[in-house]
Design a protein around this ligand. Structure first.
Ligand code: BES
Ligand code: MN
Ligand code: ZN
Length: 491
């Protein structure tokens, strides 16, 4: 897909399709053409009366625009305006591509048009993504597509376009990492991705291999990665602003490149989706990709903890006890509760490098999926300001977070007869007991929040502007949080 801007009049606009989006609160377009205005007013009445249940298209005469495609916010009651705008953008571009009319213009020349260019472009870029790499004949549906953004100022439109491109190309790269097979995105491959990002955006990178992990007693990574041919790693990637910052935000990403469950092996059904069990690491790296380009005022470090959870003679066993670097001991009741074991190493390390604020991101529990379904990421933590900040940052990107409690009362569920803590709770409140486990490893004094993206990291079927597969969830939220830190953390 190519993006162009246009700031002339309707008469001179050349496109196969002109997409118009009707929203009662936001006049997005302004057409200097009476016949069209009448037609649209008629359609608007029908949309409002519920007599039109899908978008409307009609051919035009006397214009260099072949046909008009008309969407209305009345068609989508489940989501807010920004999300609808993105969805309609994606559908408009697709409509053109599927009907052999690849040049699609989007009218944002109305009084409320220009301010929404960025959101529309997000819909275009996220909506034209699909993972085609392994097909003999990739379906490059949008290969010839040209999206023409019609506004009253191409210059101002261009600024928003560039920002959205950075956000959404990074998100799509994160989606690629999650969609790739576990045989391709191994722990070493995630490490290479860290090194690439460091080189392209001038970030500091440090890599700890298995020997170094052993020296430092990173026992979670060693235990979880013990059964795999692909050794575990811990990587840190740091962004430093030009002027010194009191805030040091540390993002810890779960990078389990394939989660078989280990000795407590998972059922075969849906196990293939566990190639995406590194989506937390993908999100954190996606965020660093954006941060490295847009340069926030605060210091940000990503810690990627990565291993493959495989069954083998060298695997950790149920009943094993790990003694962490901070001397806390963990009894392994179930080797499939592995994410929290490696995140514990990451959280301890966040303390070692002086984090003031920590966010961990992980496909951590099936229980979060059962509690929240597929549209909300589970959010827990020890600091209300940080939790609210994450929620607000997500709101800018259509990423919904839902706060779950971390009641001290439930710590009882993860008590162990032989160690300081058990690596799983009972059948109740599985997302919360995972959060309580992590809290045991949060360094004293740090504000912390935990994002359980198990509900949202994968789309089983197309949803809004997303196709099937990895969603890239949380990359944009984390970047937005860092880039608008003082705004989001002001109460
Ligand atoms: N990676 C899984 C959680 C998961 C499940 C993510 C489904 C996305 C979709 C995690 O490592 C896991 O296996 N969790 C167990 C924990 C249990 C053994 C306490 C779970 O949720 O069943
Ligand atoms: Mn698991
Ligand atoms: Zn897992």
């Amino acid at each position: 897909m190519k993006l162009e801007t246009y700031e002339g009049n309707l008469q001179e606009l050349e496109a196969d399709v002109l997409v118009l989006i009707l929203d009662a609160q936001n006049p997005l377009f302004d057409l200097d053409n009476e016949a069209l205005q009448e037609r649209i007013a008629g359609a608007q009445a029908q949309f409002s009366a519920g007599k039109l249940s899908r978008e409307l298209s009609f051919d035009t005469t006397g214009l260099k625009v072949g046909s008009v495609l008309l969407f209305s916010s009345e068609l989508e009651k489940n989501h807010g305006f920004w999300e609808n705008l993105k969805t309609f953008a994606a559908r408009g571009l697709r409509y053109g591509a599927e009907t052999g009319r690849p040049r699609v213009a989007f009218a944002l020349n109305g009084s409320a048009g220009l301010e929404h260019v960025g959101k529309l472009v997000e819909g275009l870029i996220l909506g034209s993504y699909s993972f085609e790499k392994y097909r003999q004949k990739p379906r490059n549906l949008f290969e010839d597509s040209v999206a023409v953004i019609w506004t009253t100022s191409s210059e101002q439109a261009q600024q928003q376009i560039e920002r959205s491109q950075i956000y959404c190309q990074a998100t799509n790269t994160a989606r690629d990492l999650v969609n790739e097979p576990g045989a391709v995105v191994t722990p070493a491959a995630l490490v290479r991705r860290c090194q690439d990002l460091a080189a392209t955006h001038n970030l500091q990178v440090e890599i700890w291999d298995k020997d170094r992990l052993a020296q430092d007693r990173r026992v979670g990574l060693l235990a979880v990665g013990g059964g795999s041919e692909h050794p575990p790693f811990m990587a840190t990637l740091s962004y430093q602003p030009d002027s010194p910052s009191d805030v040091h935000l540390v993002l810890v990403g779960k990078g389990v490149t394939f989660d078989s469950g280990g000795i407590s092996i998972k059922p075969a059904d849906k196990m293939h989706l566990m190639r995406g069990d590194m989506a937390g690491a993908g999100a954190v790296l996606g965020a660093m990709d954006i941060i490295g380009q847009l340069k926030p005022d605060i210091r940000v470090t990503a810690i990627v903890v990565t291993a493959e959870n495989a069954p083998d003679g060298k695997s950790m066993r149920p009943g094993d006890i790990l003694v962490y670097r901070n001397n806390k001991s963990v009894h392994i009741e179930n080797t499939d509760a592995e994410g929290r074991l490696i995140l514990a190493d990451g959280l301890i390390h966040a303390g070692d490098i002086g984090a003031t604020h920590i966010l961990d991101v992980a496909t951590l529990t099936g229980a979060a999926v059962r509690a929240l379904g597929y549209s909300f990421t589970g959010l827990m933590g020890n600091n209300r300001t940080l939790i609210n900040a994450v929620t607000r940052a997500g709101g800018n990107h259509g990423e919904a977070y839902w706060k779950l409690p971390l009641p001290a009362e439930y710590k009882e569920y993860i008590k162990s007869a032989v160690a300081d803590v058990n690596n799983m709770g009972g059948p109740a409140a599985g997302a919360i007991t995972a959060g309580l486990f992590l809290q045991e490893f949060v360094p004293a004094g740090a504000a912390w929040a935990h994002l359980d993206i198990a509900p949202t990291f994968w789309k089983e079927k197309a949803w809004k502007y997303f196709g099937e597969g990895a969603s890239g969830v949380a990359a944009r939220t984390l970047a937005d949080l860092a880039l608008n830190w003082s705004e989001h953390t002001a109460r």
